[in-house]
Design a protein around this ligand. Structure first.
Ligand code: FES
Ligand SMILES: [Fe+2]
Length: 432
């Protein structure tokens, strides 16, 4: 449960809000590279309540500018890409990726007025098929050295999904391992769709079967320098334990096991559009082998429109099939995990009223993450960098960030088993 004041702090993200200021201190995904191929039109975007135009200049550099021209406000996303920048259609002012006004062709020859214009512009960084931007003040932090953003191109699949709700309830779904025994459960092994079929390390039994064998896992959490490491411990039978390790990564992403046999994992990064909508950027990667992008693209095409909206939505009651609930799945909403999650996190409404909730013992990762976020807001108020803002190469050793699921004998130490599967650098930062 959160008091209304705390809930507002965490969920309001527009310019000048404490929660929005916090998220602006980190590099954030703003678009997929595939939305901005060379020579393409600029893309209008809203991120953290700000209207923006994303474009790629003739040199291929992404630029993120305020949507409205500094002259008299025309929409720059319709502009021309030429002469080293983005040119407004109304009177031809030309901006480069840094927001410098290079030309004002309608002003008298020799005018230096253009030199005094600084159009809103945010630094961009493109990696792993995603355009990231830093929307905060001052010097951007180092770009985080996450394993999932450094894998070879063939080993990473990235996409995004629209959500009609606040970003926080989206991310809280990722750090709640209990729902896997319910929301994503297929009733019988022969009814398991493709996605539920991954096998954790050390077993031939599917994760779906293991989620069904023990629906009441023990949840343990530990604070780390990057956020929270979460352990869901389930009885796997025959003296073994199913250990599922996931992460809350500060401030708005999570890593979770993806059936990658210890070789990779999934990441969801929840970027606010405004207080009541967000994009979930989804990253699937493997350290050592291609992820089968074509098969993944085909799987998505059935479930997700070209506008990155999942076809199952509140407007069509998520196409729930009551017959399927008898024969195949717990919820009757097909095979696609992202659709199940969309249903779950949009259910509370545009911004969850957390005064009305009743957190149980298995919500303790969510509770810890919220306290860490509130601490970050307090840090900012007191003039300090919030947690996991990376300023030094030593703090950017992030091999210990990541997820794995594994079945081990009961006598094995579940707290340390993840170290076998991640390229661990010892964390140097203080715990949040
Ligand atoms: S409004 Fe853009 S150049 Fe005049
Ligand atoms: Fe889920």
């Amino acid at each position: 449960m959160l008091m209304k004041e705390q809930n507002d702090l965490l969920t309001r993200v527009g310019p000048g809000t404490p929660g929005g200021d916090l998220l602006r201190r980190y590099w954030q995904p703003v678009a997929l590279s595939e939305e901005l191929p060379p020579g393409s039109a600029p893309v209008p975007l809203t991120i953290l309540g700000e209207e923006l135009a994303l474009f790629r200049d003739e040199q291929g550099r992404p630029g993120l500018l305020g949507l409205h021209c500094s002259h008299r406000g025309a929409d720059l996303s319709y502009g021309r890409i030429e002469d080293g920048g983005l040119r407004c259609l109304y009177h031809g002012w030309l901006y480069d990726v840094e927001g410098r006004c290079l030309e004002q062709p309608g002003e008298p020859a020799g005018s230096t007025f253009h030199e005094r214009i600084k159009h809103p512009a945010y630094p961009c960084h493109e990696q792993a098929g995603i355009v990231f931007a830093y929307l905060g003040p001052g010097e951007p932090p180092l770009f985080p050295n996450y394993g999932f953003l450094n894998a070879p191109e063939a080993n990473v699949f990235v996409t995004k999904y629209w959500h009609d709700c606040n970003y926080l309830q989206g991310n809280e779904g990722n750090i709640d391992p209990v729902h896997l025994s319910f929301l994503h459960r297929f009733l019988r092994e022969e009814g398991v769709f493709d996605r539920g079929n991954g096998r954790p390390v050390g077993t031939n039994v599917s994760s779906n079967e293991l989620f069904g064998r023990d629906i009441a896992p023990t949840l343990e959490v530990e604070a780390t320098d990057f956020g929270v490491r979460i352990f869901a411990l389930r009885d796997a039978g025959d003296g073994t334990r199913y250990v599922r390790v996931s992460n809350f990564i500060y401030p708005n992403l999570s890593a979770f096991p993806g059936g990658g046999q210890g070789d990779g994992y999934g990441v969801n990064w929840h970027v606010p559009v405004d207080d009541e909508h967000h994009w979930k950027f989804n990253i699937t990667f493997s350290r050592t082998s291609p992820v089968g992008k074509e098969r993944m693209r085909q799987g998505h095409a059935a479930e997700v429109g070209p506008d990155y909206h999942i076809r199952r939505s509140k407007a069509n009651r998520y196409l729930q099939d009551r017959e399927e609930m008898q024969t195949r799945s717990f919820i009757g909403m097909g095979p696609f995990f992202a659709a199940h999650d969309r249903f779950a996190v949009e259910g509370p409404g545009p911004i969850q009223d957390r005064e009305q909730e009743h957190s149980g013992s298995t919500d303790k990762a969510i509770v810890m993450a919220r306290l860490q976020l509130l601490k970050g807001i307090a840090d900012l108020r007191e003039g300090r960098d919030p947690p996991h803002v990376i300023r030094t190469p030593e703090a950017n050793r992030l091999g210990h960030v990541g997820a794995v699921d594994v079945v081990v004998p009961n006598e094995e130490d579940w707290r340390t088993v993840w170290r076998r599967y991640l390229p661990v650098d010892e964390p140097v930062g203080a715990r949040v």
